[in-house]
Design a protein around this ligand. Structure first.
Ligand code: SF4
Length: 431
């Protein structure tokens, strides 16, 4: 892919940072057990259980599809995990404690934040929690792990100690705003190239459009329902949908996903005539904290609207694309009877950056100059967090998409990577 060479050159300076850290992990005897809750969370976050068959204390097998997002705020320690417990797909939160009875001591029983637990993860198996429902599955690592990966714990604890103080990267970039700017741009190119490569890998297999469709559906799920949307796109593929008009496609997807009610008579009939059956394993949708306009049924309609206009959207200039996407998403708005936009402009900007830009890059339809003026998306927590670490400022977060992508990449590769500690971080040390 010759047309991507200029981008690779620009991503190269960031790439060398990523390649400088090794990830050795020693597995020390369990006599070294530290036994603190933060260490347990770090273990789960790293999923450092290679070769270990996870089971509940009653022997039920547990498979981890997604360990969840490590939550450093109030509430359960991990949000939005996806597990298969005894063959049943479960989606929700995980709370970690050293001993099961810590649940009682911490008084979580009456806290509604803990209403969506799908796992109580503890180090020790006893003493039992008295105030936790017996229906919340309990996994105790003590009986399962033959080792204790101390390096992970030490790195995590050291990283935590840096919270609230000047990070070494801030010291490095304090008087070098241009160097910081260059690094953010390079990290942004790096991230966009990584996304582009997914499409390139599938172009030859003629699969790129299916990948685009899966990613579009996943983007409609935001973070909480992204997994279910992606599953839907994988189970009801573009090939399955191809013979049908957009309205029928929506009816099929909504019914298969368990989102269509019989009261939507017309859509129900369209689905019925298609003969596509819902799966034996129903979809799990997470409605917690969801605003009505973000209901998966509406987002699904929005995704189908974007898909319907894909050809036209491919020709829209980047700066105008978020508005055009938002407009296209409303194609089925009347059918589902809502007055609000199905995909807002900020979400549409995110779809632009994460889907349309990489897809166009893969097809050679974008030049590097156009990337300098990418529309920005909503500032997210990882962007804000990384900017604060790098500059010590909570304001002035870049508004352009390229540098925002750079912040996200640094967050993933370094600031949120539990293998990295700030003292030896290549970003701060200039390699
Ligand atoms: S991991 Fe690196 S970039 Fe992130 S805060 Fe620490 S020193 Fe800064």
């Amino acid at each position: 892919m010759k047309h991507l060479e200029p981008l690779r050159e620009r991503a190269a300076s960031y790439e060398q940072f990523v390649h400088t850290f090794a990830q050795p992990m020693s597995q020390l005897p369990r006599e070294s057990i530290v036994g603190n809750e933060f260490a347990l969370q770090a273990l789960w976050n790293e999923q450092a259980f290679e070769g270990v068959a996870l089971t509940l204390v009653d022997g039920t097998p547990v498979k981890v599809i997604e360990p969840g997002r490590w939550n450093h705020a109030v509430g359960p320690d991990f949000r939005d995990a996806i597990l298969v417990i005894g063959g049943e797909l479960r989606r929700g939160d995980i709370e970690c404690h050293v001993s099961p009875s810590d649940w009682d001591a911490h008084g979580h029983r009456s806290d509604p934040e803990y209403g969506g637990l799908i796992l109580h993860l503890t180090w020790y198996a006893a003493p039992k929690a008295k105030t936790l429902s017996v229906h919340v599955p309990h996994l105790a690592l003590e009986q399962l792990l033959p080792f204790y990966p101390v390096e992970i714990i030490e790195k995590n604890v050291k990283k935590k100690e840096f919270a609230g103080i000047e990070h070494p990267c801030l010291v490095r970039f304090r008087n070098e705003p241009l160097a910081l700017n260059r690094m953010l741009a390079s990290a942004g190119y790096y991230r966009l190239l990584a996304k582009t490569n997914r499409f390139i890998e599938n172009l030859q297999a003629d699969n790129a459009m299916q990948i685009f469709y899966e990613s579009l559906m996943s983007a409609m799920g935001y973070s909480r329902n992204a997994g279910s949307f992606r599953r839907l796109a994988r189970e009801v593929t573009l090939t399955v949908l191809e013979p049908y008009p957009t309205k029928t496609r929506f009816a099929i997807l909504a019914r298969v996903a368990g989102l269509l009610k019989e009261t939507h008579r017309e859509l129900w009939d369209l689905w019925w005539q298609s003969g596509c059956l819902p799966p034996l394993q129903p979809y799990v949708w997470d409605y917690r904290g969801l605003r009505p306009q973000n209901h998966p049924f509406k987002r699904l309609a929005g995704g189908l609207g974007i898909l319907h206009h894909l050809e036209q959207l491919m020709d829209v200039p980047l700066q105008e694309l978020p508005e055009a996407i938002s407009h296209a998403a409303d194609f089925l708005r009347k059918e589902i009877g809502t007055s609000t936009a199905l995909v807002g402009k900020k979400r549409a900007a995110s779809v632009t950056l994460n889907l349309f830009v990489p897809y166009r890059l893969a097809l050679g339809l974008l030049s590097k100059n156009q990337l300098n003026a990418l529309p920005g998306e909503d500032v997210s927590m990882p962007m804000r967090d990384t900017w604060l670490r790098l500059t010590g400022q909570s304001s002035g977060i870049p508004k352009d998409g390229l540098r925002q992508q750079g912040l996200l990449q640094i967050y993933t590769d370094f600031c949120h990577n539990q293998q990295i500690i700030c003292e030896t971080c290549p970003i701060a040390n200039g390699i």
